[in-house]
Design a protein around this ligand. Structure first.
Ligand SMILES: [Zn+2]
Length: 231
């Protein structure tokens, strides 16, 4: 990974990009994308020019991630479901490894779940998402006048959801189930709007705006809380 002064960055050269750009990624790493013909000197000049912007964004990123406390699987620890925090309680016996019951996340004390509670939570979110998300898609798709093929809930690494024009499928990250329903709906409408407009042009946002005039507020929630939503 190249370094300029104290800044490590991942470099991508592309003949498709006409302008250079710098991003702070979701994981706090820095990506620099430049047109093919850029020299090392030009890249360093670009980073130098953007140095304070980078520091500012890194500081913001760290602040956001202070919310991303490594959650511990101990009684009383809070876990999110549809925007609400529920406390964890270990129980000796129940039908499933993890259940949401009486306002608590009940986790079954068995060797498998104790060794890997993450998996029990991911399975919970995937299952709930598999029920809830298709309902929300079915509600909004007719409003946008679109149809989708398959809806899947999975691990998407760095994205909340993605729509494939090739297959007509929408994939959702299981983490979407941690967000409030209003925010989940924004993610749904966002992907459905991509059926009409593939990019994030003004035409795209106008489609989103028709269905959710307050979408900016919902976006803000994602930006502010997104980093704290991992397990
Ligand atoms: Zn998008």
């Amino acid at each position: 990974m190249p370094t300029y002064k104290d800044i490590d960055y991942a470099l991508t050269r592309s003949d498709r990009s006409k302008t250079a750009s710098i991003y702070v990624e979701r994981d706090g790493s820095i990506s620099v994308r430049v047109p093919d013909h850029f020299t090392d000197e030009e890249i360093e000049a670009l980073i130098e020019q953007k140095r304070y912007w980078i520091y500012k964004h890194l500081a913001e990123w760290r602040e956001l991630n202070a919310a991303q406390v490594e959650r511990e699987y101990v009684n009383g620890e809070g876990f999110l479901y549809l925007g609400r925090s529920y406390r964890l309680q270990w129980v000796d016996e129940q039908r499933l490894p993890l259940m949401l019951k009486g306002g608590y996340f009940l986790l079954r004390r068995d060797p498998k779940t104790q060794a890997d509670p993450d998996t029990a939570f991911k399975a919970f979110y995937r299952e709930k998402g598999g029920e809830k998300i298709p309902q929300r898609v079915a509600m909004y798709a007719p409003q946008l006048g679109v149809q989708v093929n398959d809806i899947r809930v999975m691990d998407l690494k760095h994205r909340w959801a993605s729509y494939s024009t090739k297959t007509g499928n929408i994939n959702f990250h299981w983490r979407c189930m941690m967000a409030p329903l209003t925010v989940l709906d924004y993610i749904v409408v966002h992907e459905l709007a991509h059926v009409l407009v593939p990019d994030h042009s003004p035409a795209f946002w106008s489609e989103v705006d028709k269905i959710l005039p307050d979408y900016r507020e919902r976006q803000r929630w994602l930006r502010e809380h997104g980093a704290g939503m991992d397990l």
